[in-house]
Each structure stands twice: as C-alpha cells, then as structure tokens.
Design a protein around this ligand. Structure first.
Ligand SMILES: [Fe+2]
Length: 165
C-alpha cells in the first residue's frame, strides 16, 4: 500500500472506532476487532487498482475472501456502496460504520461528508459524467446513514471534526 493510503486507513480506523465505542455504550453491538480490521484493510487493493483500473472494493473483498476472512471481506466490498435494502433502522452494522467513516476522511484529514463528496465530484465524477446518477444516490444514502448513526449517540457529526483537528 502507498504510505498515504496507509495513513488514510489508520485515520478511518480511529474515526470508526470512536463512533463504534459511542454506539456500543448506547446499546449497539459492534464487534470492535472487526471494525478495526475492516477499517485498516478497506483500501488493501487500492494501490494496485490505480494501475489496473479495477474496482478496489470488489478486488479487496475478493482478496480477503480468498485469504479466509469473509467477514472482513464483506465490509471491504461495501465500503464505497452498501448493499441495497439491507439497512436495519435500529442497528448499525460494521459495514455501515466503515462505509461512513471512510466518507469522513478526505485523504488524511477528517472532514464533513459534503466536503468529501465535493472532492470525489471534482476528481472522478466530472471526468466520468456517467457516474452522476449513482453519485447522487450514494450521497443521499450517506446522509441517511449519518442521520441514523448520530440519532443513537450524544455527539454531532461536527464534533467528530473537532476531536481530530
Ligand atoms: Fe476506498
């Protein structure tokens, strides 16, 4: 992995674990070891995919499945787009949390989801206009996921920025 992707992954891990601990103190049942592994490994194949142009969520999931880690694989596979129709309003899953935490970390900085999506828009969507509709959907899904997560804990999305600034 490129060093900046390692540092990005470590920061995503810190954000994910912070939120996971808050959620667990309010009655959720997140597996912290799985959160940590999924967050650290979410971009495991991103470096190689910069060359191959493959989807690094798919190839990362396949790699971890082949190594015998189906639970971590499932999180990595869903870190860009969550599977549709599986969200439980009462429970936050490890996959949802890592998907969200990754969207809070732009490169190596904790930001709001609007800023992160603006960056994705500039870097990818404007070059590939076909992505536009899906991009809007993912943005909406992330807003709903943020509302779900923060409805269960006593801090706000903005306070996460302050903790890491
Ligand atoms: Fe990624």
């Amino acid at each position: 992995m490129l060093p900046h992707i390692v540092r990005h992954s470590e920061l995503v891990t810190d954000v994910a674990l912070l939120i996971a601990r808050k959620l667990n103190s309010r009655g959720q049942h997140l597996d912290l070891a799985l959160v940590e592994a999924g967050a650290l490994l979410h971009d495991i194949t991103k470096t190689i995919c910069i060359k191959t142009k493959e989807n690094h969520a798919e190839t990362g999931g396949e790699l971890l499945t082949s190594l015998g880690y189906p639970g971590v694989a499932d999180i990595v596979r869903q870190h860009i787009c969550l599977d549709q129709g599986s969200s439980d309003p009462n429970a936050v899953t490890e996959a949802e949390l890592i998907n969200y935490a990754d969207k809070r970390v732009k490169h190596e900085e904790v930001v709001g989801i609007e800023e992160r999506f603006q960056d994705v828009l500039e870097r990818y969507v404007k070059k590939l206009p076909g992505l536009g509709a899906r991009f809007e959907e993912v943005q909406l899904e992330t807003q709903l996921l943020e509302q779900k997560i923060f409805s269960k804990i006593d801090i706000t999305p903005e306070q996460i920025n302050n903790i890491f600034s």
